[in-house]
Write a protein that binds this ligand. Structure first.
Ligand SMILES: Cc1cc2nc3c(=O)[nH]c(=O)nc-3n(C[C@H](O)[C@H](O)[C@H](O)COP(=O)(O)OP(=O)(O)OC[C@H]3O[C@@H](n4cnc5c(N)ncnc54)[C@H](O)[C@@H]3O)c2cc1C
Length: 403
C-alpha cells in the first residue's frame, strides 16, 4: 500500500465556489484516504483488482458520492457541468477514483440518456448507472487513421430483418470486461461523409463479436483495451442507437463534453504530481543543498503551478460555454491539446525530480507518466485539435463571420 502526503492547505490557485466546498472536501477525503492507499492493488491485472474496486464502489454509493456528474433522474448526483469541474479534478488525483466513484461511465450514460429508447435505457443505462455493467465505445480501426473517422471501414448492412456488422476495431477501452460496446459502423456508404455512419449497441456476448487480444499500451493493461473482430455480428433493428446516419453528430455530443471531463481530471493529476515534486525536492539533499534550493527545480515548480492555473482557467471557460449554450468548439479544442501537453510537462518534471524513483512502480509517477502520454492521443491527437482551433479562428478573423 502506497502512502503519500499531500499539501496541508490549499494553494492559492486552488479555489472553488463556497457551495462546492463541502462536497469537494468529502470527495478529496475519499480519494486520498480510500483510493490512493489501494492503488498498488488496483493496478494489478484483471480479477485481482476487482474485489478492492467493488468495495470502493459500494463505499462511494453509501456515502452519496457515486456518479455525481449524471442527472438525478437516471441515478446520478445531478451536478451542473460547471460544478462538476471542481469535483472531477479531485477525482482525477487517482486514475482508479474514476471507476471507484462511477465517473468512468459518464459519457456513455449521457449518450444513452440523450438518444436511447425506453427499452435501451432499461436494458443498458439502468444497470450501467447502478454499477453492474461496464460500457465501451468503438470507433478506432487499425487500417485507417483514427484521427479522420470519415475513413471508417466497418460496415453494418441491413439484411431484410437484421443488421449484420463486419469490421475490425482496436484500442476499445474497457472492452476486456465490458458488457456491451457502442460501435460506429458505416450504414450508408454513398451518403455525404458525415452522414455515412450509425451507432449500434453490441452486447459483447453476441456471436461473431470476437475479442482477439488484450492490448498493452506502454506496458499498461489496466485500461482493458481490446482488439476486436466483428465477423457477421447479427443484431436486431432495436440495436440501432439514435437515428441512422447520425453517428457523427451523436459522437460529437459525447466527445465534446467528454474532452472537458478528461481535462478536469488531468488538473487533479497535475496537482498530485506537483505535490509529489515539492515533497521530494524538500527532502532530497544533493550537491550541498536540498533540491528545492536549486534554481532549476524552482523553475519547474513555478512553471507547473502556472500550467495548472492556465489549464484550470481554460477548463472553466469551456465549461461555462457549454453550460450557457454558447458555441464551445474553440474552447474545447484549445483546452484539450493545451491540457494534454501541460499534463505531460508537469508529470515529466515530477518524474525528473524523483530520479529513478519516478520511473519505478514504487512511485505512482510511473503510471501517471504513461497515462499522461496517452492523453495527447485519445479523443483526438493534439495536432487535430490545433487544426480545429486554427480553422475556426482563421474563419472568424478573416471572414469576420461566425465560426
Ligand atoms: C489510452 C487510449 C485509449 C483509447 N480508447 C479508445 C476507445 O475507447 N475507443 C476508440 O475508438 N479509440 C480509442 N483510442 C484510439 C484513439 O482515439 C486514436 O488513437 C486516435 O483517434 C488517433 O488515431 P490513430 O491512432 O489511428 O492515429 P492516426 O489517425 O493514424 O494519426 C497518427 C498521428 O498523425 C498526426 N496527425 C493526425 N491528423 C493530423 C493533422 N490533421 N495534421 C497534422 N498531424 C496529424 C498526429 O500526430 C497523430 O498522432 C484510444 C487511444 C488511447 C491512446
Amino acid at each position: 500500500m502506497r502512502q503519500e502526503g499531500s499539501l496541508r492547505s490549499a494553494p492559492p490557485w486552488d479555489t472553488r465556489p463556497d457551495h462546492m466546498e463541502e462536497l469537494c472536501s468529502r470527495v478529496r477525503s475519499f480519494v486520498d484516504q480510500r483510493v490512493i492507499p489501494c492503488e498498488s492493488e488496483l493496478e494489478l491485472p484483471g480479477p485481482h483488482a476487482e474485489e478492492p474496486m467493488r468495495r470502493l464502489q459500494q463505499q462511494a454509493r453509501a456515502e452519496g458520492l457515486w456518479a455525481l456528474g449524471l442527472p438525478n433522474e437516471i441515478g446520478g448526483g445531478g451536478l451542473s457541468f460547471l460544478d462538476y469541474v471542481y469535483v472531477n479534478e479531485i477525482v482525477g488525483r487517482s486514475y482508479h477514483a474514476l471507476s471507484a466513484l462511477g465517473t468512468h461511465i459518464t459519457q456513455d450514460a449521457l449518450l444513452l440518456h440523450y438518444y436511447g429508447t425506453a427499452e435501451q435505457k432499461n436494458r443498458w443505462l439502468v444497470p450501467m448507472v447502478a454499477g453492474d455493467m461496464i460500457p465501451s465505445f468503438a470507433i478506432t480501426e487499425p487500417d485507417v487513421a483514427g484521427s479522420d473517422p470519415k475513413q471508417l471501414q466497418t460496415r453494418a448492412e441491413w439484411c431484410g430483418d437484421k443488421w449484420v456488422i463486419n469490421g475490425h476495431k482496436w484500442v476499445t477501452t474497457h472492452a476486456d470486461f465490458a458488457s456491451f460496446t457502442i460501435c460506429m459502423a458505416v450504414t450508408d456508404p454513398d451518403a455525404t461523409p458525415h452522414n455515412r455512419a450509425s451507432l449500434f449497441i453490441v452486447p459483447t456476448n453476441t456471436p461473431g463479436y470476437n475479442r482477439t487480444r488484450s492490448m498493452s499500451l506502454l506496458g499498461d493493461t489496466s485500461g482493458g483495451h481490446s482488439d476486436v473482430l466483428y465477423e457477421n455480428v447479427e443484431l436486431p433493428a432495436e440495436a440501432l442507437l439514435g437515428g441512422r446516419g447520425e453517428a457523427f453528430a451523436m459522437a460529437q455530443r459525447r466527445l465534446g463534453p467528454g474532452r472537458i471531463y478528461h481535462v478536469m481530471r488531468w488538473i487533479g493529476q497535475m496537482q498530485r504530481a506537483l505535490e509529489l515534486m515539492c515533497q521530494r525536492a524538500a527532502s532530497r539533499f544533493v550537491h550541498g543543498s536540498l533540491l528545492s534550493d536549486k534554481q532549476t527545480i524552482q523553475n519547474w515548480v513555478a512553471d507547473s503551478a502556472a500550467d495548472i492555473t492556465a489549464t484550470r482557467l481554460m477548463t472553466l471557460d469551456a465549461a461555462r460555454a457549454i453550460d450557457s449554450g454558447a458555441d464551445p468548439r474553440i474552447s474545447i479544442a484549445m483546452v484539450k491539446y493545451f491540457g494534454a501537453e501541460a499534463l505531460h510537462r508537469v508529470v515529466d518534471r515530477a518524474v525528473q525530480v524523483h530520479g529513478v524513483l519516478g520511473v519505478c512502480s514504487d512511485s505512482p509517477l510511473d503510471s501517471m507518466y504513461r497515462r499522461a502520454r496517452f492523453a495527447r492521443l485519445y479523443d483526438g491527437p493534439d495536432e487535430v485539435h490545433r487544426m480545429t482551433v486554427a480553422r475556426l479562428v482563421q474563419r472568424i478573423l478573416t471572414d469576420g463571420g461566425a465560426a
